[in-house]
Design a protein around this ligand. Structure first.
Ligand code: ATP
Ligand code: MG
Length: 415
């Protein structure tokens, strides 16, 4: 007989199960709770978009567009891309759906994203994000609201310690152009020491060099001109309002004048929540203002701001998460009590108890397996000398719904 070879999982993808899934689910559940508190409506969007949605908005010279996208021609010959991020797709939906009428629009999304990256801890080819955006809001109060929500979420997840909000401004178009020229000159002078990638960035977009992960590049970036020297008054005021809002809300932040984002569409506020607990993959949440994006995609000029966070990275940081402990184990010790066991288990589940039935394997072993599952309550159904018997045993004296379970058991019709 020939042995069948099992295809492996695609490199950079994960099968998430057990504790990893529980951590992952905790992040999503907490996000859903918090975003509702802040009035963000859920949004479910396609995982595939026309390639132009990303190519046009993220910037041709960004890592994502130049080397990380999963793009392919579909059977009809259209160029399709598996979404590498949420923002551009949300902007596309905003325009094509005519959602201007809802502005300012607060939306939240989560789901899988795809980037052809070198897989390592905290970096995958299919990964997942939670994402929050406010579209059609020009004022810095929107930036503040999003940052307060992000901070609140990290607090809710119990991972705020050791995570620092790094904040920067990229200025308005005027500030950015002046800074761009100064960076071009500075990096031009250091061209000999730049990595090959950054030499290319020097030609296409010198701002991108500031986002380089190459250690030598990082050293040179240290001495690069800072945006502050080029900020217009309007840009300074905007940034001042953001920091004042954060201070008022009690959100700790740290200025990081080196911070640029990996995508080209950002203006004014740019931020990352960074931890030292995840090695090189230390950015757990990042975002900023992208006032130019919707226009770039063919919509009316629309100010907007948002952030996204990697679910896997947040999940790795968790110290505690919800699990549903087994409340009630019900054992059919005698094969003839199996139907009664199924009926009683269903009854408890419908009453909102986490319950499990033990009706397979040798009758002797069923009881042992039920005990091993550490339920708060163990119920045994037996048949002795032709008579049905049932007993309830409270194993966890502290179980809050114990009396309720006993009452249900006492009132149950075992016939
Ligand atoms: P990095 O600098 O780590 O590559 P990025 O700037 O490309 O991150 P964004 O596009 O801003 O990241 O995405 C926001 C968040 O999504 C990141 O902070 C991170 O938590 C997560 N993320 C991004 N790429 C990946 C990936 N390949 N695998 C897992 N998580 C990721
Ligand atoms: Mg990246």
């Amino acid at each position: 007989m020939s042995k069948i070879a099992t295809p492996g999982a695609v490199r950079g993808t994960q099968d998430i199960y057990g504790e990893a899934e529980e951590r992952f689910a905790q992040v999503v559940t907490s996000f859903d709770r918090i975003r509702k508190l802040y009035g963000f409506k859920g949004l479910i969007l396609p995982a595939i978009e026309p390639t132009a949605v990303f190519a046009r908005s993220l910037g041709e010279t960004t890592d994502v567009v130049s080397k990380e996208m999963y793009s392919f021609a579909d059977r009809g010959g259209d160029s399709i891309t598996l979404r590498p991020e949420f923002t551009a797709g949300i902007a596309r939906a905003y325009i094509t759906g005519g959602w201007q009428q809802y502005a300012p629009m607060k939306v939240a999304a989560h789901g899988p994203l795809f980037r052809y990256e070198r897989p390592q801890k905290g970096r995958y080819r299919q990964f997942h994000q939670i994402d929050a955006e406010i579209i059609g809001a020009a004022k810095p109060t929107a930036d503040v609201e999003l940052l307060v929500m992000a901070d609140h979420l990290l607090d809710e997840l119990g991972i705020k310690d050791g995570v620092t909000l790094n904040l920067n401004t990229l200025g308005d178009a005027e500030s950015r152009d002046a800074w761009h020229a100064a960076l071009l000159e500075y990096f031009g002078d250091h061209r000999g020491a730049l990595s090959e990638d950054s030499l290319r960035r020097l030609e296409t977009n010198p701002l991108r060099i500031l986002d380089s992960k190459d250690p030598d590049d990082r050293g040179i970036c240290h001495g690069a001109p800072k945006i502050d020297a080029f900020l217009s008054h309007a840009a300074q005021d905007f940034f001042g309002a953001v920091t004042a809002g954060l201070d008022a809300a009690g959100v700790a932040w740290q200025r990081n004048a080196q911070l640029v984002r990996g995508l080209d569409y950002y203006r004014h506020t740019a931020f990352e929540f960074i931890t030292d607990r995840l090695g090189a993959q230390g950015t757990v949440l990042g975002g900023g203002r992208y006032d130019g994006l919707i226009e770039q995609l063919g919509g009316k000029p629309t100010p907007a701001v948002g952030w996204a966070a990697g679910i896997e990275r947040l999940a790795m940081l968790l110290n505690q998460w919800d699990i549903s402990p087994l409340a009630i184990a019900i054992v059919a010790e005698h094969p003839e009590r199996e139907q009664a066991c199924i009926k009683l288990t269903a009854r408890f589940r419908k009453a909102g108890f986490c319950a499990e039935q033990f009706v397979s394997g040798s009758p002797r072993k069923r009881y042992d397996r039920a005990r091993k599952a550490s339920p708060a309550i163990l119920i045994a159904l037996d048949l002795r000398d032709g008579a049905a018997t049932q007993s309830l045993n409270r194993l966890d004296g502290g179980y809050a719904r114990g009396n309720e379970a006993e009452a249900l058991f006492a009132a149950h019709d075992f016939a």
